[in-house]
Design a protein around this ligand. Structure first.
Ligand code: SER
Length: 595
């Protein structure tokens, strides 16, 4: 079964269960500053999940184009994509857990529909915590359908809870459906939801029971709803006995064409396969962003910046594969034709898609060429050094002056028989960051690690995060380090035990509340002592100039810092803590993203 057939079957099935088909929406959300892209099918439906009447009724079905960039580093593995399609059925105050699970099971296993053997299905349900009880109701529906106990896993909130991209709004426990690839379990704990590669999540039934408020509390919804999301690419993978989304016919033609341009065959070299997959994924995402009626083009802000990064990353992998000319031209036609049935906007905007891609590719290649020339000039001298090592400082200079990504420097160095001292680079990178973050680096040309708008946003988010942590955990919290890339931030701080799920949720809610308040960000230059006396947070042990910049975010936060920062917190999007873990003795580390 291919993607088109799956899409049609899903819609047909739910129509036969009295669902009205509604139109999927733009990839760029309407009037919603909290996210850059539509990240799930439920996103455009939030007002209805919260209680508004939907003109099409109480049972809806649709397919929705989505983009998630939080996992961009995992793209190329068997299951991760930036662009994907989500099939969804919705109950707005109609059926709830039992109805949703029974329909999911029927669609998955009935020979009239997908016909997946029941023995291949495993499920997870919410295990419960201090705030919300264990979801025994869902578990017992699964049992009644014949799913054996060992294929029902109870999982924590971090796995089996869904809220909207914004931290507040409709949310509830979910029950996820997994396909068993048949591998041996990785250990005694291995069950549905385990990430060892045995299980692949294909569908998620979310039971919207609560409205999460800004103060972190959950208020029961007057009308419960169901939001489900089935990933087309993953489901096509299992229906066709494949192990990876990239091995399905969704990608077959574009990957083959990339291989042709690069003179290599898919499936023979894992490194090259990964590059081919990344190009195929990023090109598809770029086609959809450029083809969206909202017409985003590459830029240094917001969705345009994400688009630019996707394009540039694809170009880099194209060069890594040895593709000299354009990476996009050969595959764009394939992608557009393949997807134009369900998404006619791709044909309508075909000229714009191709033109913008070519323009951006050309621009990036020029920057690359310039940097590469500089690099070549350095090589003869470096080769005189008996260890053939390129210092991390030099690599950092290339990064700082020419915007040369370290991966590229390493690749070029390797081609010339050199090795980059990566530790030294990381050290220089960190120092640079600390300097700019602490304000002591005001004289340091360059400022923030990445002048991109997104990195600036993350930088501003660290201020909100630090203050929120102090509110929730106490005044002992002090920043110990941070690391920002265009995709995420890492923040280290003093605290001697793991944060609880509730503390994490509260911190997230507080940060998002400050974003929603759209606080003005202001800067004042003052004497260090005055800054400290005014209550501004300064880094312990950091050396500051006598005059420092103090950044305030409304009445919420005040820090000595070099900047730069956003002008208003409202542009930050939605703050999401992805991980909280130990960093070293007495220091915790948070990894978070703005979505
Ligand atoms: N919102 C849920 C998800 O994205 C189900 O649609 O997984």
């Amino acid at each position: 079964m291919n993607a088109n057939e799956l899409r049609s079957k899903y819609i047909e099935f739910f129509k036969s269960k009295q669902h009205a088909q509604i139109q999927g929406k733009s990839l760029l959300p309407d009037n919603d500053p909290t996210v850059l892209f539509t990240t799930a099918g439920m996103h455009p439906l939030v007002p209805y999940l919260l209680g508004q009447e939907h003109p099409a009724g109480k049972r809806l079905v649709d397919y929705q184009k989505c983009i998630r960039t939080g996992d961009i580093d995992s793209v190329g593995d068997p299951s991760h994509l930036t662009f994907f399609e989500m099939l969804g059925n919705w109950s707005l105050g109609d059926y709830f857990k039992e109805g949703a699970i029974r329909m999911s099971y029927e669609f998955l296993t009935s020979s009239e529909w997908l016909g997946i053997p029941a023995g291949k299905i495993g499920v997870t349900v919410f295990e419960g915590d201090d705030t919300v009880p264990r979801d025994e109701e869902s578990a017992s529906v699964w049992r009644s359908l014949g799913i054996p106990e060992e294929r029902i896993s109870y999982r924590p909130r971090s796995d089996n809870w869904w809220g909207p991209a914004g931290a507040t709004g409709p949310c509830g426990p979910d029950s996820e459906m997994f396909y068993d690839f048949g591998k041996e379990p990785c250990g005694s704990e291995c069950g549905p939801g385990c990430s060892c590669g045995k299980w692949l999540e294909i569908w998620n039934d979310v039971f919207m029971q609560y409205n999460k408020k800004a103060d972190g509390t959950y208020e029961p919804l007057a009308r419960t709803c169901v939001d489900t999301g089935m990933g087309i690419e993953r489901t096509v993978t299992v229906l066709n006995g494949k192990k990876s989304v990239y091995d399905t016919d969704i990608f077959a033609e574009s990957i083959a064409s990339i291989g042709k341009a690069a003179g290599c065959v898919y499936g023979t070299d894992p490194e090259k396969d990964r590059s081919m997959r990344i190009i195929a994924d990023h090109a598809r995402a770029a086609a959809f962003i450029l083809g969206d009626p909202k017409a985003v083009t590459p830029s240094n802000v917001g969705a345009g910046y994400v688009l630019r990064r996707l394009i540039r990353r694809a170009v880099r992998h194209g060069r890594k594969l040895g593709i000299e000319g354009t990476v996009f031209s050969p595959i764009m036609h394939i992608i557009i034709e393949q997807m134009a049935g369900p998404y006619p906007e791709l044909i309508e905007n075909k000229a714009r898609i191709i033109e913008e891609l070519n323009k951006e590719e050309k621009k990036f290649l020029e920057t690359l060429h310039k940097g590469e020339k500089e690099f070549e000039k350095l090589v003869p001298n470096l080769l005189k050094n008996p260890q053939k090592i390129m210092s991390g400082r030099l690599a950092f200079k290339l990064y700082d002056t020419y915007g040369f990504p370290i991966e590229l420097t390493s690749e070029l160095a390797e081609e010339s028989g050199l090795t980059v001292n990566r530790e030294e680079f990381d050290e220089a990178f960190r120092k640079h960051q600390n300097l700019s973050r602490a304000g002591g680096g005001q004289a340091f040309k360059g400022g923030l690690i990445d002048h991109g708008e997104i990195a600036t946003r993350y930088h501003s988010a660290t201020h909100l995060l630090q203050q929120a942590l102090r509110i929730v955990l106490g005044d002992h919290v002090a920043q110990k380090g941070s690391n920002i890339t265009a995709e995420r931030m890492r923040f280290d701080f003093s605290h001697d035990k793991p944060m609880t799920a509730d503390e994490i949720a509260r911190v997230e809610a507080i940060v998002n509340e400050q974003i929603r308040r759209d606080l003005p960000v202001t800067m004042e230059i003052m004497a260090l002592d005055d800054a400290k006396a005014s209550g501004a947070i300064a880094l312990f042990g950091e050396k500051y100039d006598s005059q420092v910049k103090v950044y305030a975010m409304g009445d919420f936060s005040k820090e000595v810092c070099g900047g730069p920062h956003v002008e208003h917190t409202g542009v930050l999007g939605t703050f999401k803590i992805q991980k909280e873990q130990s960093s070293s003795a007495g220091v915790r580390r948070i990894r978070a993203a703005l979505e």
